[in-house]
Design a protein around this ligand. Structure first.
Ligand code: PLP
Length: 381
C-alpha cells in the first residue's frame, strides 16, 4: 500500500509505545492519562438520557445547536471580558478537531507556526497534517514561562500563527498577565494570528486564569476550549472554537465535510454543563486540587526528582536530570522495574528530555502507591 506523504508526517508517540509495553503487567499504576477517572456528573448524563428518550438524535446544524452556541458565547464573554456572539462560536469534536480545522483554515504548505513549548503532541502534529512546519519555542525562564527574546528569533516570513497554551499541558503553569501582554504585542508586531488553547482554564488552583483576549484584537484571535477536562467529558467529544464571525462561518463549511456535526446527544449534555458551570465544574476542580496535594505530599523528599507544585491542570512536570537518565530511559525502566507508567518529557518537545509528566487523574490510594514505587525506584537505581 502506498500511503500519502502526510500520513507519514505523524509518528507514533512515546506514550503510546510505553502503554503498549505496560499491557504485559497486571498491576500497572498509570500516571500517563490526560483522561480523568472521575465520572461525568449525573445531571449532565441525565440531560443526555432525556435527549435520547425525546429522539433528538438527528444531525444538528454543523456549527452546533443554537442553544449551545448561545450558552458558550455568554460564558466566554464573561470569562474573556470581550463581547462574544453566537456567530463567533462553532461546536466541534473536542478541542482537537477545532485546532485541526483552525490550522487548516490558515496554513498553506511551507507556512510556519510557533508553538510555545512544552506542548501537547497533537498541536505540532496538526500543523504537520497541513504540510506546514511547527516551530517549538523551547527556551524558557523560571516556571516554564517562554523566553521572549528567544521567541523573537523564531519569526520568519513564513510564520503565520503563534500558539499559546495557558494553563499549560504538561507543566500546569498559568501565564501571568504581563507575559500575555508581551506575547500579544509580539504577535501584533509580527502580524501573527494568536491561537489560545484554554482547555484547562477551569482547572486553576492558585492564581486566576487570564485569557490573552484581554490584549489581542479579536480579528486575529482564535480561542479553543473543551468540555473534556472541566466537566470530565473526554469521551463525549465536545469542544468549541471562538473566532471572528467570517472565520467561523468558513470553518463550519469545513466541519460540514469532515464530521457534519458533533453528536446531538453530546451537545445537549454539554448544554446542561454550560448552563450550570459552577454546579458541575467546582466539585471536579476540588477533586483535582485535593489530588494535587496527595501527589505532592507523596513524592516529597524522593531523591533525584525536582518539581514545583502545578498551578493548574492535573499534571506535574518533574525534573529528573539528577538521575543522569534521559526521559525515555527513565520512563521505560520505571515501567519495567516498578510497573509505573509516566510520560517522558520528550513527548512534549526535544528540549524537555530531562523531565517527566505525572497525571494525577487516578484515585488517592493509587497515587500513593505509585509514589511509593517511584521512591523505591529512585532509592535503588
Ligand atoms: C493542551 C490541550 N489542548 C487540547 C486538548 C484536546 O482536548 P479535547 O479534544 O478532548 O477537547 C488536550 C487534551 O489532552 C490538551 O491537553
Amino acid at each position: 500500500m502506498i500511503l500519502s506523504d502526510l500520513s507519514w508526517s505523524i509518528r507514533g508517540t512515546l506514550g503510546r509505545k510505553l502503554m503498549s509495553l505496560a499491557q504485559k503487567y497486571e498491576d500497572v499504576i498509570n500516571f500517563t492519562l490526560g483522561d480523568p477517572d472521575v465520572p461525568t456528573p449525573e445531571g449532565i448524563c441525565q440531560a443526555a438520557y432525556k435527549c435520547i428518550r425525546e429522539h433528538r438524535t438527528r444531525y444538528t446544524a454543523s456549527a452546533g445547536i443554537p442553544q449551545l452556541r448561545e450558552a458558550v458565547a455568554a460564558y466566554e464573554s464573561h470569562k474573556a471580558g470581550i463581547e462574544i456572539r453566537p456567530d463567533n462560536v462553532a461546536i466541534t469534536v473536542g478541542a482537537t478537531e477545532a485546532i485541526h480545522l483552525a490550522f487548516r483554515m490558515l496554513l498553506n504548505p511551507g507556512d510556519e507556526v510557533i508553538i510555545i513549548g512544552p506542548s501537547w503532541a497533537q498541536c505540532p502534529n496538526n500543523v504537520l497534517l497541513c504540510g506546514a512546519k511547527p516551530v517549538i519555542a523551547d527556551r524558557y525562564t523560571e516556571g516554564f514561562l517562554p523566553d521572549m527574546d528567544y521567541l523573537r528569533t523564531l519569526v520568519t516570513d513564513r510564520t503565520k500563527i503563534i500558539v499559546v497554551n495557558s494553563p499549560n499541558n504538561p507543566t500546569g503553569t498559568v501565564y501571568p498577565l504581563e507575559l500575555l501582554r508581551d506575547i500579544a504585542l509580539f504577535a501584533q508586531e509580527n502580524g501573527l494570528y494568536v491561537f489560545s488553547d484554554e482547555v484547562y482554564s477551569a482547572l486553576v488552583y492558585d492564581k486566576p486564569f487570564h485569557s490573552i483576549s484581554k490584549f489581542f484584537p479579536s480579528e486575529k484571535l482564535v480561542i479553543f476550549n473543551s468540555f473534556s477536562k472541566a466537566f470530565c467529558m473526554t469521551g463525549w467529544r465536545v469542544g468549541y472554537v471562538i473566532g471572528e464571525a467570517h472565520f467561523i462561518k468558513r470553518l463550519v463549511k469545513m466541519q460540514e465535510n469532515v464530521a457534519v456535526c458533533v453528536s446531538s446527544v453530546s451537545q445537549w449534555a454539554a448544554l446542561e454543563a454550560m448552563t450550570h458551570v459552577d454546579k458541575y465544574a467546582a466539585p471536579i476542580r476540588h477533586t483535582f486540587l485535593a489530588r494535587r496535594k496527595v501527589l505532592v505530599d507523596s513524592i516529597e523528599g524522593i531523591p533525584g526528582i525536582r518539581y514545583g507544585t502545578p498551578e493548574a491542570t492535573f499534571y506535574l512536570f518533574a525534573d529528573i536530570s539528577a538521575t543522569g537518565m534521559d526521559s525515555r530511559t527513565f520512563c521505560f525502566s520505571l515501567l519495567e522495574k516498578e510497573h509505573v507508567a509516566i510520560t517522558p518529557g520528550l513527548s512534549f518537545g526535544d528540549a524537555f528530555d530531562a523531565y517527566v509528566r505525572l497525571a494525577f487523574t487516578v484515585e488517592d490510594d493509587v497515587i500513593q502507591e505509585g509514589a511509593r514505587r517511584i521512591r523505591h525506584f529512585m532509592e535503588n537505581f
